[in-house]
Design a binder for this molecule. Structure first.
Ligand code: PLP
Length: 434
């Protein structure tokens, strides 16, 4: 069996990091805890490739966990950030780039009339929940098991991503009184939603959902799921929040709401709209958004919100996507080829594996059964995943270090990258099947 071995420089950096930073990481998913082995320290990225501190290069399918749809160090983005930096990095006053990015976002998301920028996806969802509670005057919220909406207190209940990877149900430090207001239901299960609305009649402020889940691995919505949520929330006068932090500008310019044709009340964005710099956003109809300070009583603020460098990176990324819409069909073709060929390799090697893919988001699940919610995802053979991950890493293919995370194709990946990845996966499957 291949074990993850990093070079001497990464190991030394990891030793120093662990002495200075809890677990050596500033976000838990970066630790290779669930797959074993040690994380490589990355010193450079260009296009679809990254290089570690020891000079080893990898084809990257993590894409900074979603933001880098144009690949690493895309010239348009780097130029825009450098030009902005020369004029000063932050003013704590409004700048033209904020207006530009806001208008670009609103143009792609007809469900939003107004948008507010924050510095992370966590802030976006936390603020959207606060706004939904204020607008409806209700306290309870519905989320889905395995969906991750950032690390705000109310949302760390049966969350996906790192919480799922580490196998913990919630988080210490979240008051039970607060956690009790969050109702966690199975993804793709409208009956459970209907039942919760009946049980807590008139108490539910909102339903928040990843319209395509990415944080328990990629799990698409069942055909009637999103429309069913739209129907039930409207009927019960609760707000529907699409957390498109991952899917926004990823699945289409207009995100999952464009792809599936379901219109939420509030939308949260992040990742791609910051082009690799820290940005989040939440938006919706003016009637709701105007409750936010300074117009209304819902307080939300940020010293570095709408930061000029982050706005410049976001504008450059979105402008590129608007001017090169063909990248979406190209990424889809490459991803579909990659997934089909790796599935073939698994089948030929007798390895039980299924795959989920929507556009350029994908996950290989080590299971013989389809994965459609958290309980089916949780049944996967994570030991087999770890072996696959280690073999791929060894071969220079950088996949998310968890069974419960989506991988991403970028506009910078080529057919050659895909061939190299398939060759590595075919070899890895032989090892796994042996
Ligand atoms: C990444 C993510 C978040 C959190 O965003 P951060 O910028 O990491 O705080 C929220 N929701 C979804 C769906 C995400 O994928």
């Amino acid at each position: 069996m291949t074990t993850t071995t990093t070079g001497a420089k990464s190991r030394e950096l990891q030793r120093r990091a662990e002495a200075a930073i809890p677990g050596g990481v500033n976000s838990p998913v970066r630790a290779f805890q669930s797959v074993g082995g040690e994380p490589a320290f990355i010193v450079k990225g260009k296009g679809a490739r990254i290089w570690d501190a020891d000079g080893k290069s990898y084809i990257d399918y993590v894409s900074s966990w979603g933001p880098l749809i144009l690949g690493h160090a895309a010239p348009e983005v780097v130029e825009a950030v450098m030009a902005a930096a020369r004029n000063g990095t932050s003013f704590g006053a409004s700048t033209p780039a904020e207006v530009e990015l806001a208008e670009a976002v609103l143009a792609a998301y007809p469900a939003m009339e107004k948008v507010r920028f924050v510095s992370s996806g966590t802030e976006a969802t936390m603020s959207a929940i606060r706004l939904a509670r204020a607008y409806t005057g209700r306290k309870r919220i519905i989320k889905f098991e395995g969906c991750y909406h950032g690390h705000a207190d109310s949302l760390l209940v049966k969350a996906g991503s790192g919480v799922a990877t580490l196998g913990i149900p919630g988080s210490a430090g979240v008051p039970e009184e607060l956690a009790q207001l969050t109702i966690a239901l199975p993804y793709n299960n409208l009956k459970a939603v209907e039942q919760a609305f009946k049980q807590f009649k008139g108490e539910i402020a909102c339903v928040i959902v990843e319209p395509v889940a990415g944080n328990m691995g990629c799990v698409p919505p069942a055909p009637d799921f999103l429309d069913g949520l739209r129907y039930l929330t409207s009927r019960e006068e609760a707000l529907l929040i699409f957390d498109e932090v991952m899917t926004g500008f990823r699945l289409a310019l207009g995100g999952a709401q464009e792809l599936y044709g379901t219109r939420p009340d509030l939308t949260t964005l992040g990742k791609i709209i910051g082009g690799g710099l820290p940005v989040g956003a939440y938006g919706g109809p003016a009637e709701i958004m105007d409750l936010v300070a300074p117009l209304g009583p819902v307080y939300q603020a940020g010293t570095l919100s709408g930061n000029p460098l982050a706005m410049a990176a976001g504008v450059a990324t979105i402008n590129f996507l608007c001017e090169h819409r063909e990248v979406y069909s190209r990424m889809e073709r490459l991803t579909s080829t990659l997934v089909a060929m790796v599935l073939d390799a698994a089948r030929d090697a007798g390895v039980a594996m299924v795959a989920n893919r929507v556009g350029s988001m994908f996950t290989f699940f080590f299971s013989s059964d389809a994965v459609s919610d958290w309980s089916s995802a949780a049944k996967c053979d994570v030991r087999q995943f770890s072996r696959f991950h280690a073999a791929m890493l060894h071969a220079g293919i950088y996949l998310p270090p968890s069974q419960f995370e989506a991988a991403f194709m970028s506009a910078a990946h080529t057919a050659e990258d895909v061939s190299e990845t398939v060759a590595a996966a075919t070899e890895a499957m032989r090892e796994l099947g042996a």
